[in-house]
Each structure stands twice: as structure tokens, then as C-alpha cells.
Write a protein that binds this ligand. Structure first.
Ligand code: HEC
Length: 138
């Protein structure tokens, strides 16, 4: 009896570890502010050197690489694994404003922590978003 219970608990936790979020394309931003958030452009788009700075933050003080990995595909995390940044459909659907919202608020219910205001500034957030967009470039 006891062993069956333990075994099923183990199986449940294993399946949890390998679960991707079922609705990966669902907006993370609350409905009431989604449209306004999507309208925000990245002010660093045209600024020389910004992409290079974003790369340094991704691999450095932002600690993004620990969860999102070198190639942007992400490491497996318990419960909810990070977004695959090389997924073209995901890249298309998400606006820069939405990514900034996630950097400022984290992604509730997942391991994505608040970054902007805690470990990086808003400027650095926009720069690292430029770098995340590069994972889509072929
Ligand atoms: C402790 C692990 C962890 C760290 C560190 C981390 N992330 Fe994440 N990140 C996640 C997880 C898990 C998700 C998936 C959240 C979701 O699907 O809503 C995610 C999702 C995201 C998303 C996409 C959300 C969406 O709209 O689908 C962006 C953008 C992002 N992270 C950027 C970053 C950046 C930039 C950094 C570094 C400054 C960073 N993350 C650091 C775990 C992490």
C-alpha cells in the first residue's frame, strides 16, 4: 500500500518536472492593460551598442542564462520551464512591451523572477530584450 503511494507521488513529481506550460502563447500581461502594454516600443531599438550591452546582461548580472540557457531554449525547471526564445511563433506573438512587463513583474505562478528594479534597471531591461530577439534571427 505505502509503496504504491510513494511510487505514484514520485511519478507525479517527475511528470511535473517535464511539464511545459500548456498555454505557452497566452499573454502573461493582465487583460485590462494588455493593449496599452503591447503598444509600447523598445526605445533602444536604434541605439548603437545597446544589443551588445543586452548580451552582457543576459550572461552577466541579469542571470538570465541560468534558466534560459546559452541558446535561449531554456533549461528544464520544476513545474514550469522557461520559454523557448527560438520559437518563432512565440517571438511573433509577444511585443517588446509585454516582455518588459514580465521583466518588471515576473511571470506569476512560474519561476520567472522580477528582474527590472531588482537586479537590472529599466534601460538594461530594454537592452536585454533586444538580445532575446536575436534568438529568432536565422
Ligand atoms: C530562475 C529562473 C529564471 C531566471 C533567472 C530568468 N528567467 Fe525568464 N523565465 C523563466 C521561466 C520559468 C519563464 C516562463 C514563464 C512563463 O511562461 O510565463 C520565463 C519567461 C521569460 C520571458 C517570457 C515571458 C512570456 O511572455 O512568455 C522573458 C521575456 C524572460 N523570461 C526574460 C528573462 C530575462 C531577460 C532574464 C534575465 C534578466 C530572465 N528571464 C531570468 C525563468 C527565469
Amino acid at each position: 500500500m505505502k509503496w504504491t503511494l510513494i511510487l505514484s507521488l514520485i511519478l507525479i513529481s517527475i511528470s511535473d518536472v517535464y511539464a511545459f506550460h500548456p498555454d505557452i502563447y497566452q499573454p502573461r500581461v493582465p487583460k485590462e492593460i494588455l493593449e496599452d502594454t503591447q503598444d509600447i516600443d523598445n526605445p533602444f531599438e536604434e541605439i548603437p551598442g545597446a544589443l551588445e550591452k543586452g548580451k552582457k546582461i543576459y550572461f552577466g548580472k541579469g542571470l538570465c542564462v541560468t534558466c534560459h540557457s546559452n541558446n535561449g531554449k531554456g533549461v528544464r525547471l520544476p513545474g514550469h520551464s522557461p520559454r523557448d526564445f527560438t520559437d518563432e511563433k512565440w517571438q511573433d506573438i509577444r511585443s517588446d512591451g509585454e516582455l518588459m512587463w514580465v521583466l518588471k513583474n515576473g511571470s506569476p505562478g512560474t519561476g520567472m523572477p522580477v528582474r527590472v528594479g531588482k537586479v537590472i534597471t529599466e534601460e538594461e531591461g530594454w537592452q536585454v530584450i533586444l538580445f532575446i530577439r536575436q534568438f529568432n534571427a536565422k
